[in-house]
Design a protein around this ligand. Structure first.
Ligand code: MRU
Length: 351
């Protein structure tokens, strides 16, 4: 395979990297205790890595899927140069189904598939060029959203973020954490709080780790402490990412975002959602129609800690929830900021 590299990001770590025909993913399940990179050379193994949370975060799984399409098409072409397009479909479907809520996954596969028609001969180089472009565009968008979002933040602000919407969840720099990084560089932040984000602890394990690498002080809270924090301290912003944004401005994001947004409304804390346009799904008219991933119940009982309760009781483990547009003050994308998003404003920019 061509010796092309994907990398524009400034961090010392990366979630997704392509180098000389191999896709490398940072195993985020092991952070922060171990930094383990794993190599992948088949699309099926990448689908499994996405499903099992080796790589997570909507933009990062979209980018990983784009590289997985390169692997799939390349192998299908080697097996049968005349009908690689048909032969690759089954594995693309498997890849698309690996996580249902984050629309970036389908978006990236759709972009890669559109390219198929323009290719003659071996698809590897053309598809790899596109995957690298998707990756690099994501990083560029994150810097732009960081710039735009930080312009909304006043000096001395205290912010809360939920889950991990940082470099680990994207091509690099991050969406919500991109805004927080830029605001920190501008000296605008008094305090940053991260909620732990059960059951995978993305806030506790990943956001805290990422911010520490950048020397951005962060305090960690259990998820149920967020309303209390808003009650006793003036929190200016709740800043989060999104996995899918419907045409009316409703967003799906990590379970718990909705309750944080309800508390924010009550305490006059502004809600900023930061996401690239690849997260917007104009085909879905309302958040009510966004598919919510149900994850294995063992994640509730067995992850990261000694088992403290029986798994014989009924357990629900929805991975995401819907925050209605009415609770969102600003939607920041690389194409601009929408204040109080609604269907009409979304159509103007993304229609
Ligand atoms: O289950 P995860 O860890 O993939 O969930 C990630 C989130 O909910 C993020 O907030 C979202 O994908 C935005 S990442 C820039």
């Amino acid at each position: 395979m061509k010796d092309k590299k994907s990398q524009l990001q400034a961090e010392s770590f990366y979630a997704v990297k392509w180098n000389a025909g191999v896709l490398t993913l940072l195993d985020q399940r092991k952070l922060p205790n171990e930094v383990i990179y794993r190599d992948y050379n088949s699309a099926i193994s990448v689908a499994d890595a996405i499903n099992k949370m080796v790589v997570r975060g909507a933009p990062a799984i979209g980018i990983a899927a784009a590289y997985a399409v390169v692997l799939a098409a390349s192998s299908a072409y080697q097996n049968s140069p005349s009908d690689w397009r048909e032969n690759v479909e089954e594995v693309l479907e498997l890849l698309a189904a690996s996580r249902p809520t984050a629309v970036n996954l389908n978006w990236a596969i759709m972009k890669m598939r559109q390219k198929f028609e323009t290719i003659s001969g071996n698809p590897e180089n053309d598809l790899l060029d596109l995957a690298i472009k998707i990756h690099n565009n994501d990083i560029t968008s994150n810097y732009e959203m960081g710039r735009l979002g930080s312009e909304l933040i006043k000096p001395n602000s205290e912010v809360i973020t939920h889950c991990n919407a940082g470099a680990l969840a994207t091509g690099g720099y991050g969406t919500a954490l991109g805004v927080i990084r830029t605001a920190h560089q501008k000296g605008l932040l008094k305090k940053v709080y991260a909620s732990e984000t059960r059951p995978w602890y993305q806030g506790a394990r990943l956001t805290s780790w990422e911010l520490k690498q950048d020397n951005i002080p962060v305090s960690l809270l259990v998820d149920s402490a967020i309303s209390n924090l808003m009650q006793i301290e003036k929190i200016s912003w709740l800043i989060v990412g999104a996995d899918r944004i419907a045409a009316n401005g409703d967003i799906a994001n990590k379970i718990g975002t909705y309750s944080h947004a309800v508390s924010a409304k009550h305490h006059n804390t502004k809600v900023m959602v930061v996401a690239p346009s690849s997260t917007i799904d104009m085909k879905i008219d309302s958040g009510k129609r966004i598919p919510i991933e149900d994850r294995p119940t063992k994640e509730v009982t067995d992850l990261y800690s000694a088992k403290t309760f029986s798994n014989s009781i009924k357990i629900l483990n929805p991975a995401f929830d819907i925050t209605p547009a009415s609770l969102i003050d600003y939607l920041v994308t690389e194409k601009g900021i929408i204040c109080e998003p609604n269907a009409k404003k979304m159509l103007t920019i993304f229609g």
